[in-house]
Design a protein around this ligand. Structure first.
Ligand code: C2E
Ligand code: MG
Ligand code: MG
Length: 731
């Protein structure tokens, strides 16, 4: 028992809730010394030994023994002087040991010992009592006074130095340990982590962070069972474990469990909120589109993978709805990226709203921005096809109203393709590709803007790619041909010119309509080469006709890309000069949409063509923007009313009104009007009655080969002017 008290004076780290008077008394000193306690300096070895004995011989022998241990003795014959000297030595940090005779006049040994122990600076200094009494009462009193050890009289002087050495070594070890404990404590306090030592059954044995900690301090109640099980397992197998949990949304923690020697478990709790927040930020950057806040392509693909796997388990299907904006690039080019960004943000919001409206029980859905103007919606549901139809339709409707931005209005019409896993492909890549294919199908079909994937589409797309390669060869090897469709003046029904129409007969696919391959040529950039070839071929034909005394104006169709990038005026000038024909025999047909761009390039090209003597015709008039302002700004020589208005012109009041308006406008500007696609006499009569200048169409002539045309011209010359009815369709 007494042994325990004795050891307590130096072994236990001083605590506010300390167990003995001794350590209580010591704690403030320790707190004061804590600032530099974490030092790694070697522990200082004090040198002074205070001796108090009223008997001279005892005092001398004690001093001798102390000297023998390499210490400096300060010996006194009374307690009062010894106490003062001990305090002074302690204050200078040099007090190594105190040896006190119990029986002294004045202050006896017990009193000196008690007073010394009451001093803050003396926690671990050994105080040895020299007792004259062997009885246990004296020993007990000595320990109660705070003594470290006792020597009983008569003293065995030969053994005393050994005894002292033992006591001093213990004291040094205690000092070093106390120092280390202070360092560790300071470290523990400096580390933001919380630490517990826990018994395998979950009892908390110790924690530097709290006095008498309860098991509840380890983690929130809902985590506690998991935590206790981790402690149990770690105590059993010694394997380190980690456990993470969140608290109140933003706070996150990690608990680490490791087994100590002896089987207890150390639990360290780290606040990982900041680290988690950083990880989440990184995830946002890697997985989300900063413009719209939607998941990006990468995240979309990963989500699709997860949904497909889940669909396998649940025996459900996943629909991929692929959406692309038809005219977005034009908006970006014309108004700049900030406007484009604003439009995309609105698009994202509208898609989310559309999806919201199609909620269905058990459905999982997500919208992602897949690329520039491409969005992908993923839907998982037991009956996903009707849901996908509904979503696609809601998306289409979401664009019926224009997007307004800073006084501008945009109509970014979507093309939407749908493919379904597992029906339309075994993996994410295939299903996405097929949804994309369906989307392209939707884009090419004029009226519909939604297409559901069908296997035939893939072969069609392959055909398309195949066609591009074939067309390239055809252009390089000049395996293309021109036909010429006559235009007739209505007044006298004379053939007044022709339009050159490109023909491509592919060895495998047969005749491919120009509407189809011109689009391919535009997409691939091949149109520049193709267009130049047409100009050259027309010039050669004109030269051949000229050689036979024929001067027939020829209209050439020039596509938008060619007009912008093909240097058409230079090509016309060069080819006309090379063929030796006047450029005034050439008319250039452009579409309205090109003019509306009002770009300097187009304007300049048109002016140069005019300067060469070329006529300018506006083709397919009425189908585009019909912005009449552009026409008044740059009046063409000819307007060609599109077939779509002529088809019903004698039957549909609406078409008749449009054709009438175009005629009135053109005539007010002195522009010649040509009606396209005249197939029936009724149309011809209507146009003649309204004063239309010229007509072109199957009724009067289909496009003809050069030979056939020459034939026709000869007939015309012989039998002029021929009535319309003699040129029946198909003749
Ligand atoms: P477009 O310039 O409007 O040419 C008139 C189209 O209407 C021609 O079709 C012609 O064959 C067709 N057509 C003429 N009369 C009638 C009719 O009474 N009924 C019907 N249903 N159609 C009639 P084609 O030859 O298939 O050409 C289609 C389009 O391809 C042309 O439309 C033109 O935009 C483009 N194209 C043709 N050749 C070239 C070319 O050399 N270069 C460029 N860039 N485009 C060309
Ligand atoms: Mg044309
Ligand atoms: Mg046309």
């Amino acid at each position: 028992m007494s042994q325990a008290v004795h050891r307590a004076s130096w072994e236990l780290p001083p605590q506010p809730s300390g167990t003995t008077d001794v350590s209580d008394a010591a704690s403030p000193a320790n707190a004061a010394g804590r600032a530099d306690a974490a030092d790694t300096r070697p522990v200082h070895a004090p040198r002074i030994a205070i001796i108090a004995d009223d008997e001279d011989i005892g005092r001398l022998l004690l001093a001798e023994s102390v000297l023998a241990r390499g210490l400096t003795p300060q010996a006194f014959d009374n307690g009062t002087a010894a106490l003062a000297a001990a305090l002074a030595a302690a204050a200078s940090g040099e007090l190594a040991i105190v040896l006190l005779d119990v029986d002294m006049p004045g202050l006896d040994g017990y009193a000196v010992c008690r007073r010394l122990r009451a001093q803050a600076q003396l926690p671990a200094v050994p105080i040895v009592m020299v007792t004259g009494h062997e009885d246990s009462t004296a020993v007990t009193r000595a320990f109660e006074a705070g003594a470290t050890d006792f020597i009983s009289k008569p003293v065995n002087w030969s053994l005393l130095p050994r005894r002292l050495e033992y006591i001093l070594r213990n004291a040094a070890a205690a000092r070093a340990l106390a120092e280390r404990v202070t360092q560790v404590r300071t470290l523990v306090e400096a580390i933001p982590d919380t630490l517990w030592v826990v018994a395998p059954d979950g009892r908390i044995l110790w924690s530097p962070n709290a006095a008498g900690p309860q098991v509840e301090s380890l983690a929130p109640a809902e985590q506690l069972p998991q935590v206790l099980s981790a402690i149990r397992k770690t105590a059993q197998d010694g394997v380190q474990r980690r456990l993470q949990y969140r608290e109140s949304g933003t706070q996150s923690y990690e608990l680490r469990f490791s087994r100590r020697e002896g089987g207890d478990v150390v639990v360290v709790r780290q606040d990982t909120s900041e680290r988690t927040a950083a990880a989440e930020r990184i995830e946002r950057l890697a997985y989300f589109d900063p413009l719209t806040g939607l998941p990006n392509r990468q995240r979309c693909i990963e989500t699709a993978e997860a949904l497909f796997a889940e669909a396998d388990r649940l025996r459900q299907s996943v629909a991929v709805v692929y959406l692309d904006l038809n005219s977005f690039k034009r908006i970006n080019d014309a108004f700049g990226h900030s406007v484009g960004d604003a439009v995309l943000r609105t698009v994202a919001a509208r898609l989310m709203h559309a999806l919201e409206q199609c909620r269905r029980d058990g459905a999982v859905s997500s919208v992602a921005r897949f690329g520039g103007d491409e969005f992908v919606i993923l839907l998982r549901h037991a009956d996903v096809r009707p849901l996908a139809d509904e979503v696609a339709e809601a998306c289409r409707r979401a664009f019926l109203n224009p997007i307004a931005y800073e006084g501008l209005e945009f109509y970014p019409a979507p093309s939407i393709g749908v493919a379904v896993y597992p029906d339309d492909g075994p993996d994410v890549a295939t299903v996405l590709k097929n949804a994309d294919t369906a989307m392209y199908q939707a884009k090419s079909g004029a009226a519909r803007s939604v297409a559901i994937y069908a296997p035939a589409m893939s072969s069609r797309l392959r055909d398309w790619l195949d066609l591009e390669a074939r067309l390239r060869h055809a252009v390089q090897q000049e395996r293309l041909a021109l036909q010429f469709q006559p235009k007739f003046r209505l007044r006298d029904q004379r053939l007044v010119g022709v339009e050159a129409l490109l023909r491509w007969c592919d060895a495998e696919h047969g005749d491919i309509p120009p509407n189809r391959f011109v689009e391919i040529a535009e997409d691939s950039g091949l149109i520049i080469e193709l267009g130049s070839w047409v100009i050259r071929a027309v010039c050669r034909q004109l030269a051949a006709w000229q050689a036979r005394g024929l001067a027939l104006p020829v209209a050439i169709n020039v596509s938008g890309k060619q007009m912008l990038h093909g240097d058409v005026a230079r090509v016309v000038e060069a080819e006309a000069a090379a063929a030796g024909i006047p450029a005034s025999l050439i008319e250039i047909e452009i579409t309205e949409s090109l003019l509306i761009k009002d770009s300097a390039t187009v304007r300049e090209a048109l002016e140069r063509l005019r300067a060469l003597g070329c006529g300018i015709a506006l083709d397919d008039f009425g189908t585009g923007y019909s912005s009449l302002a552009y026409i008044t700004r740059f009046p063409p020589d000819r307007l060609k009313i599109d077939q779509s208005f002529i088809r019903q012109v004698d039957q549909s009041p609406r078409d008749a009104a449009i054709a009438n308006a175009i005629l009135a406008l053109a005539h007010s500007l002195d522009v010649i009007v040509t009606a396209e696609g005249v197939e029936r006499p009724g149309q011809l009569e209507w146009l003649r009655a309204r004063g239309c200048d010229e007509v072109q169409g199957f009724l009067l002539s289909r496009p003809l080969g050069a030979r056939q045309l020459e034939q026709r011209l000869l007939t015309e010359a012989g039998a002029s002017p021929a009535p319309a009815s003699t040129h029946a369709p198909g003749s």
